[in-house]
Design a protein around this ligand. Sequence first.
Ligand SMILES: C[S@@+](CC[C@H](N)C(=O)[O-])C[C@H]1O[C@@H](n2cnc3c(N)ncnc32)[C@H](O)[C@@H]1O
Length: 265
Amino acid sequence: MIDLFTIYHENCIETLARMPDDVIDMTITSPPYDDLRDYNGYHFPIEDITKGLFAKTKPGGVVIWVVADRTYNGSESLSSFEHAFAFRDAGFRVHDTMIYAKNNPIPSDCGKRYRQAFEYMFCFSKGQPETFNPITVAIKQEKAFKSFRITKTGRNDLAHDHVAPRERKVNNIFFYNVGTSSSSDKIAFKHPAIFPEKLVEDQILTWTNEDGLVYDPFMGSGTTAKVAGLLGRKWVGSEISSEYIEIAMERLRANASEQSRSAGG
Ligand SMILES: C[S@@+](CC[C@H](N)C(=O)[O-])C[C@H]1O[C@@H](n2cnc3c(N)ncnc32)[C@H](O)[C@@H]1O
């Protein structure tokens, strides 16, 4: 069994082994990729991880996998695609290849390339996703329109007039600020690679309902735990580095006391 609201200090493979099958509603994570960053205890057996995640994810559950490639001598590693193939081979559907675009990417001279400003945000699912609460935007135009079909004889209007919908789903490119505005917790920045809280919030709200179980196998500074807790979801995490667990725990404690202060507790 697993203890909820716990970051296990171990390789995520071991945490997955503790879990019963079909228990996770959603995994959201940014794994260590290539050797961009030197994490203590770095170990990354992708096939074992994807197989473990498949077994422990509920039918209809999803994995949001936020990943980018390293560029070696001007050529991209494509390890994000290797990950995508590993998920597919483990049994997941590739539900959507979304993009996490950065409003303020790190300024750098990329030689004969444009500035790198996005990461992949793969959505893998175990069967069709059970839950989908799409983020929508209002549509201004409200006039009625006729739907039509182009045939060999030209345009044929279909019988019914339609009223244009008032809202539509957002596109699958999500834009976020990175850097100091991506979290209000200063302590989080002691970790070199946090992802924006808003990204985690948007994805958790989309793919889970209240009380759903969210797992992060690479918990880092605890962003997933913090956001899942604020949204009333259950969570579990793994993190191999004790240094980062301390950061995450300090962050969670600070937020818990902040919440109890705002609630008058
Ligand atoms: C990109 S960071 C995650 C950052 C996190 N999303 C955040 O917002 O703070 C990846 C983390 O995975 C941890 N890690 C690397 N290999 C691991 C493994 N096999 N099991 C568990 N954690 C691991 C690293 O120590 C690192 O903190």
